[in-house]
Design a protein around this ligand. Structure first.
Ligand SMILES: Cc1cc2nc3c(=O)[nH]c(=O)nc-3n(C[C@H](O)[C@H](O)[C@H](O)COP(=O)(O)O)c2cc1C
Length: 173
């Protein structure tokens, strides 16, 4: 799949996955795409926990309030921001932006390799779910799980959302 096909094909997937694990080799390629992302002042603040162990997957899926998007993953990528990071440029720090750049690279890599997944953030922010997941996966003090990406081989059709036309969102000067 070429790059522009990948960006066009990427879409959030909240359906069922085939009952096949994601090989570690593919998970490494996917998370490497996250490591390759740009970061403010090249501080590379985002860290990752990749879960492909069935027992831990089971515990993640048993967290209260799990919805369809969350509970079917054949692997999970947890993206951690560094909450202790000091300002790195003119009083600003960029850990959220660093994390977002990494997540998008990861989603593109997932698409390029024929898997599907979804960027889950809102779900983590309520009912202390980020903290509960952090306890389960041994997240150290000062780090916080900001995004979780369940992934696998999609068993249902992908539904690409209609995007607004270029003319509506882009101006050339
Ligand atoms: C910052 C951010 C937070 C998101 N949080 C969630 C979430 O908590 N749960 C979810 O199902 N999707 C979440 N999404 C996915 C969006 O709903 C999705 O990207 C959007 O509907 C557009 O669809 P598409 O990804 O298929 O283009 C999030 C996306 C972003 C960028």
């Amino acid at each position: 799949m070429d790059f522009f096909e990948t960006t066009r094909n990427r879409c959030s997937y909240r359906g069922l996955f085939k009952d096949e694990l994601v090989p570690r080799e593919d998970l490494k390629k996917i998370v490497q795409a996250g490591l390759d992302a740009p970061s403010g002042c090249n501080r590379q603040t985002t860290e990752f926990i990749v879960v492909d162990n069935r027992e831990i997957i089971g515990k993640i899926q048993a967290l209260p309030g799990g919805n369809k998007a969350m509970t079917g993953g054949k692997a999970y990528i947890l993206c951690l921001v560094d909450e202790t990071q000091d300002a790195v440029y003119e009083g600003f720090s960029f850990q959220i932006e660093d994390c977002a750049a990494a997540v998008e690279n990861i989603l593109l890599a997932i698409t390029a390799l024929g898997y599907a997944g979804v960027w889950i953030d809102g779900w983590l922010r309520t009912h202390n779910r980020a903290e509960k997941l952090g306890e389960l996966t041994g997240v150290p003090r000062g780090k916080k799980i900001r995004v979780i990406i369940p992934l696998g081989i999609p068993a249902e059709p992908l539904e690409r959302k209609e995007k607004k036309p270029l003319e509506e969102r882009v101006r050339f000067l």
